[in-house]
Design a binder for this molecule. Structure first.
Ligand code: DGT
Ligand code: MG
Length: 391
C-alpha cells in the first residue's frame, strides 16, 4: 500500500463529491471518449455501465495535467478494466476502435437523433428504431402518434439542439424574475443546473423558485405559467404537481432520483434581439408564426421584419423554503456529483440525502421537522430530518 502510494502520480478521492471541481479539463480527448461510451450505454438501457464510464471520466477530469501513460493512473479509483482499455488504446493509437465503431454505428446515430427530440426517451427511440425509424424524416413519414411534448420537440428540434448560452439563460432569468415578482412579490428565483456550476452553455435552463415565508409558494407555479403564457413566452409547458406531502406515509423516498417538487417542463420563446422584446413581450403575442425548423426570423405579409426568437428548454421547480437548501443542492448537479453525494451520505455517513431532506438513518425518532414554521408531521419510525446540519 505504502509502495503504491509512493509510485502513484495522482491522488483522487473515491467519491466524486469529495473532489474539487473544475471546469478546466486537461484530458478532454479521454473524457470525451468515455462520455460517448457512457451515453451509448445509457441510451441502450445499460445504466450500470453508463455510470461506470461516467465515474471513470470524472476521475480523469479531476487530474491536474494530461495523462500520457496508463501507468500514471495506478491506484486511482473508479477506473475499471474496460475504461482502462479504452484509455490505453487512445494513448497508444490516438483513438479507440470501440469508440470509433460506436460513434459510427447507425443505431447509435439513430438513438441520438431520436432521443434528441424533447419528450423522447431511450425506450421510445428503441421502439421506433425497431419499426424502421432512424431519423426525423422517417419519423414524420411514419405517421407515428406523438404526444404533445414530442410534437413540440419535433417542431422546435433545430432550436433545441443548439446549446443555450449563459447570456440567453440570463435573459430568460429576467423574464422568469418578472413573472414571479408579478404574481407573488417577495418570491425568489435562483438559477440552478449547469449554469449555477459556471458552465458557459447548457441543454436547458433550470430555475428554483421559493418564498421566504413557508406556504406562500403554494399555488405559485400555475400563476407563473399563466403570466408567461399571457405574454406569449411559452411554446409548450407541462406542470407536474408537488407530491411530496401527499402520500399517506409521509415523505417516503421516491424510487428513482426524480424528486416530488412541483415542476414545469417548458419550451420558452426567447426574443433574440437585444432587449426590447423582453421588455415589451406583448409585441410578440400572436405576431410570430410558429417556429419552423432552422428559422427564427420571419417576415410578415407586408414585408415588415418581425422579431427574431429562438426556442429554449426551461425547467421551473418550486420548493417550500424549509426544503430550499436541499432542493438547491440537489438541483445544482452535476448528475454524477449528486449521485455520488447520495452514495457517500449513505455508505460513509449512514444518512439518506434527497432534494427534500437529509435523514440520519441511525436516529430512531419519529418526526419530520419543517422549518421555520416548525410544523411537525408524524411520518415514520426510523427517520428524522437533519436540516440544521445543512443550513
Ligand atoms: P445541462 O442542462 O445539460 O447543461 O446540464 P445540467 O447539469 O443543468 O443538467 P439538467 O438540466 O438535466 O439537470 C440539472 C440538475 O438537476 C442535474 O444535475 C440533476 C438535477 N435534476 C434534474 N432532474 C431532476 C429530478 O427530476 N430530480 C432531482 N432531484 N434532480 C434532478
Ligand atoms: Mg440544465
Amino acid at each position: 500500500q505504502i509502495n503504491e502510494a509512493e509510485v502513484a502520480e495522482f491522488s483522487v478521492p473515491t467519491y466524486a463529491c469529495q473532489r474539487r471541481t473544475t471546469l478546466e479539463n486537461h484530458n478532454a480527448v479521454l473524457t470525451d471518449a468515455l462520455s460517448l461510451l457512457a451515453e451509448h450505454a445509457e441510451l441502450s438501457d445499460e445504466d450500470g455501465r453508463g455510470v461506470a464510464f461516467r465515474r471513470a471520466a470524472a476521475v480523469l477530469k479531476a487530474l491536474p495535467k494530461p495523462v500520457t501513460s496508463v501507468k500514471q493512473l495506478r491506484g486511482l479509483p473508479c477506473l475499471g478494466d474496460h475504461s482502462l482499455r479504452i484509455i490505453k488504446d487512445i494513448l497508444e493509437n490516438r483513438e479507440s476502435s470501440e469508440v470509433q465503431s460506436t460513434k459510427q454505428s447507425e443505431r447509435f446515430k439513430a438513438l441520438k437523433v431520436l432521443t434528441g427530440i424533447f419528450g423522447v426517451g431511450a425506450k421510445t427511440a428503441d421502439r421506433w428504431i425497431r419499426d424502421g425509424i432512424n431519423n426525423l424524416q422517417q419519423l414524420q413519414d411514419s405517421g407515428q402518434t406523438l404526444n404533445r411534448a414530442q410534437q413540440a420537440g419535433l417542431q422546435h428540434y433545430d432550436h433545441l439542439s443548439q446549446p443555450v448560452t449563459k447570456q440567453e439563460a440570463d435573459a430568460i432569468g429576467e423574464i422568469v424574475e418578472e413573472a414571479v415578482a408579478s404574481v407573488l412579490p417577495g418570491a425568489r428565483i435562483t438559477l440552478i443546473g449547469g449554469f449555477r456550476r459556471g458552465k458557459l452553455t447548457g441543454h436547458d435552463v433550470d430555475f428554483l423558485i421559493t418564498h421566504p415565508e413557508e406556504g406562500r409558494e403554494v399555488g405559485l407555479m400555475p400563476k407563473v405559467v399563466s403570466w408567461l403564457e399571457s405574454k406569449g413566452f411559452l411554446l409548450y409547458q407541462k406542470t407536474t404537481r408537488n407530491s411530496y406531502l401527499e402520500s399517506k406515509d409521509g415523505p417516503a423516498r421516491p424510487a428513482s432520483n426524480m424528486d416530488r417538487f412541483e415542476r414545469c417542463f417548458s419550451i420558452f420563446k426567447l426574443p433574440e434581439e437585444e432587449k426590447p422584446a423582453a421588455k415589451h413581450p406583448e409585441t410578440l403575442t400572436g405576431n410570430v408564426e410558429q417556429s419552423l425548423p432552422l428559422t427564427s426570423s420571419h417576415v410578415s405579409a407586408e414585408g415588415e421584419a418581425l422579431k427574431r426568437w429562438r426556442a429554449v428548454r426551461v425547467d421551473l421547480v418550486v420548493s417550500p423554503i424549509s426544503q430550499f437548501a436541499f432542493a438547491l443542492l440537489g438541483w445544482t448537479g452535476s448528475k454524477l456529483f449528486e449521485r455520488e453525494l447520495r452514495r457517500w451520505a449513505g455508505h460513509e455517513k449512514a444518512m439518506s440525502l434527497s432534494s427534500h431532506a437529509l435523514y440520519d438513518n441511525k436516529q430512531v425518532e419519529t418526526h419530520f421537522v419543517q422549518t421555520p414554521s416548525v410544523k411537525k408531521k408524524r411520518v415514520s419510525k426510523k427517520t428524522k430530518t437533519c436540516s440544521s446540519m445543512m443550513t
